[in-house]
Design a protein around this ligand. Structure first.
Ligand code: SF4
Ligand code: SF4
Length: 383
């Protein structure tokens, strides 16, 4: 493998991103004590920051691809070092030089799919709305109040299509005026940006923004916290501002307004896993819990490491497309935490989390002893 180090450009960019803060890292190691990687193997953000500062970082290292951008260490760093931005800057450099360690190679295939079909699976764009067949979902046209944007995983993944279908049923039950863009929808681009492919992110974002504007979209309901994050916090970089609502917020509003009547109870012990991009990155902790608390009979119990301290599922920062050894998956630990408190249902509100947790459920042979569900699926069962 080509070795290109040290990288003056990386150091300059990292320093520019963090201002002087990167140089001020005083190596306290607080980042390493909270990083979920250290539950499964040795990994040191502290060391990476030191190396970036002194120009020793080699971009062909697996290490720069590990960070899931979970947001735990930035909130603990006493020196306001921008760890996530720094790692993304290193990845941008690696992507520019086409240097990918073996665990990261699938990203090339993902980029091809995103470029040609607008989705990471390289599935035919024409089939993007197949999940909605038989549900009589209308195409979004100017004047429709809400755009429902399910995102790639809910459009193509067989498990997650069920979440999109449940969402449509709930929205219809509440008589919401909504439509979908169907084959005109593109990946939001959030995760490919975190892998360092800034050019592809910009292309996807610009295409989506053009489609939104051309169709008169103003309010967007999303199921994925990753779409939420990028539409709300990153698309404004292109001088646009759409009203973005995560489904957990929307569900709670519908319940409060009396538009969704809960007709059945659910006698189950349920715990809620906070997705990093909904909770830590965007402060949405209460709404999904409040939705669940509205269901009679449902007992909501908290796991260790919840809300601000929530354990990352391992799929953010583009890790959803990279290889993670079976024994290194954070989602295995999350399932252990959920079963330890006797939860029968592990609820969440993110397609990446569901993918990781369902996978761990199978790998660890939990069988039917615990279910993994999106809160929308749970609500759909009781209305
Ligand atoms: S927590 Fe901040 S100051 Fe401490 S080692 Fe990590 S990056 Fe440096
Ligand atoms: S953002 Fe999360 S995964 Fe990345 S280094 Fe910090 S704690 Fe670890």
């Amino acid at each position: 493998m080509e070795t290109i180090a040290p990288f003056k450009e990386v150091i300059d960019e990292v320093k520019a991103l963090g201002g002087e803060a990167v140089s001020y890292c005083y190596q306290c190691g607080k980042c390493d004590t909270v990083c979920p990687w250290n539950k499964v193997k040795t990994f040191s953000m502290r060391r990476l920051i030191r190396e970036a500062t002194f120009g020793l970082t080699e971009i062909e290292k697996d290490e720069i691809w590990r960070c899931t951008t979970c947001g735990k260490c930035p909130q603990r760093c006493p020196r306001d070092v921008k760890q996530i931005d720094d790692m993304v800057a290193l990845r941008r450099m690696a992507t520019g030089y086409n240097v990918f360690p073996s665990s990261v190679k699938p990203i090339r295939t993902v980029s091809t799919g995103l470029t040609s079909q607008g989705n990471p699976f390289n599935e035919d764009r024409k089939t993007r709305a197949d999940w909605a067949e038989g549900l009589s979902v209308k195409q979004f046209t100017e004047g429709t109040e809400f755009l429902y944007f399910p995102g790639c995983y809910l459009c193509y993944d067989p498990r997650l299509k069920k979440v999109a279908q449940a969402t449509v049923k709930v929205l219809k039950k509440a008589d919401v005026d909504f439509g979908i863009l169907g084959t005109k929808e593109n990946c939001c681009g959030e995760s490919i940006r975190k892998t360092g492919n800034e050019q592809l992110f910009k292309r996807l974002a610009r295409e989506n923004i053009k489609t939104f504007i051309d169709n008169g979209v103003k309010k967007i309901i999303v199921s994925s916290p990753h779409c939420y994050h990028t539409f709300k916090n990153e698309y404004p970089e292109f001088n646009v501002n759409f009203q973005v609502i995560h489904m957990s917020q929307f569900l709670l509003d519908l319940i409060k307004e009396g538009r969704l009547k809960i007709e059945h109870g659910l006698d189950k012990r349920v715990t809620y896993h906070d997705p990093c991009y909904l909770g830590r990155h965007n402060g949405i902790f209460d709404e999904p819990r409040a939705v669940l608390k509205n269901i009679p009979g449902l007992e909501l119990v908290e796991m260790e490491e919840s809300e601000l301290d929530s354990l990352c599922c391992g799929m953010g920062g583009g890790r959803v497309w990279m290889e993670t050894e079976k024994h290194e998956r954070f989602s295995n630990i999350r399932l252990e935490q959920a079963t330890k408190i006797g939860a029968q249902v592990l609820a969440t509100a993110c397609p990446y989390c569901i993918t990781a947790l369902e996978d761990s459920r199978l790998v660890m042979n939990y069988g039917d002893s615990i279910e993994v569900k999106d809160i929308t699926e749970i609500l759909q069962e009781v209305i």
